[in-house]
Design a protein. Sequence first.
Length: 138
Amino acid sequence: MIVLDSSFIVAFHNERDAHHGAARGLMERFLEGEWGRGLLLEYVVLEVATVMLLRRNLAVASAVARLLLTAAELDFVACSDLFAGAFERFAKQRDTRLSFVDAAIAQVAEERAGGLVLTFDKELSRVASLHVPAVMQA
């Protein structure tokens, strides 16, 4: 299993994103099953929809969110039960500046995906317990 981060999803769905080419290649690998099923946090859907709305428009934001929520390759992770643990990780971090959503992503990646995360987020990739495919770290 692998957790999908907002930066990866936005880069894939936004041709104007600097990481779009890399995201396309990684999406192919993901869809071929290289890392198994994807985990999609509720928080990530919220973040992706908001960013796509700001960078594109409501129609694109809604279409991307709907695609994510219905993708057969993804398991949706509701975040209500994660809130307390994600907050503790967020509040106690020392060597990173993770957003609240990134703290939740790290928690789920460690617990359910062997630390695997598809992300372009430099701060998230600095978490020692996480593993980001090498091409994404460029």
